[in-house]
Design a protein around this ligand. Structure first.
Ligand code: HEM
Length: 194
């Protein structure tokens, strides 16, 4: 199954992603408001651009993916606005558009998978005294729908069976991890006073 392959092929990438997205600070509940803002900005840069690509005329059957229910741009915008940051002022990343289903699903695996960690992260943020009064819509994400959404995504991911297409999905997942890592590194160099 592609899920097992893609998960084991990206274990190191996930460790790097955690390291670059304040994993320790989140878990020790010491993340500051400015660091939280950096995380939201990094995610917005990537995800807002990625979701714009959903409207591109890609020759892909994406109906089964229920994309309209998976959009995270508005959640990020709401969290940013609650911190006094206007999303329109954030430049989004420039991303290569996928040209087939394997590529699409490879990138989507990383973004959908991150909602699993997101649910755990949201609990830590809720208990973090530095973040009192903040909004956590993005990390709270799918709420009660988290596991059903993840399972239905995996069912689509596992429809990719051809070995060459599986390789392509894995390549795109690894590429997505690296692109997101760059977004985190860039956002962390921003000097925010919120
Ligand atoms: C603070 C940082 C993070 C923490 C603490 C964290 C934690 C977790 C946890 C607990 C899971 C569930 C593991 C399981 O049930 O097997 C998970 C899954 C996942 N996370 Fe993260 N994560 C973090 C950041 C990220 C980031 C930044 C990304 C993407 C760029 C990401 C992508 C994924 C993916 C793709 C999965 C699914 C793995 C699978 O196939 O089961 N994570 N994460």
């Amino acid at each position: 199954m592609l899920h097992e392959r893609i998960k084991s092929s990206t274990t190191e990438d996930h460790k790097n992603a955690e390291r670059h997205s304040y994993g320790k600070e989140i878990m020790s509940r010491s993340l500051t408001k400015a660091q939280y803002a950096q995380l939201l900005i990094a995610n917005y840069r990537y995800i807002a651009e990625w979701e714009k690509q959903w409207d591109l005329p890609l020759d892909i059957n994406i109906e089964a993916l229920q994309l309209e229910q998976r959009s995270k741009t508005t959640l990020l915008e709401n969290d940013l606005k609650a911190l006094g940051i206007e999303p329109d002022t954030i430049t989004t990343s420039s991303l290569e558009a996928p040209s087939n289903l394997a590529q699409f699903l490879g990138r989507m695996y990383v973004i959908e998978g991150s909602t699993l960690g997101g649910a755990m992260i949201e609990k830590q943020l809720q208990f973090n005294p530095n973040l009192t009064g903040c909004s956590f819509e993005f990390y709270g994400g799918y709420g009660q729908k988290l596991i059903p959404f993840w399972k239905s995504f995996l069912a689509q991911l596992n429809t990719v069976e051809h070995p060459q297409e599986q390789e392509e999905a894995i390549d795109w997942a690894r590429k997505c991890f690296k692109e997101m890592e760059s977004c985190f590194i860039k956002a962390k160099s921003m000097n925010l006073n919120s």
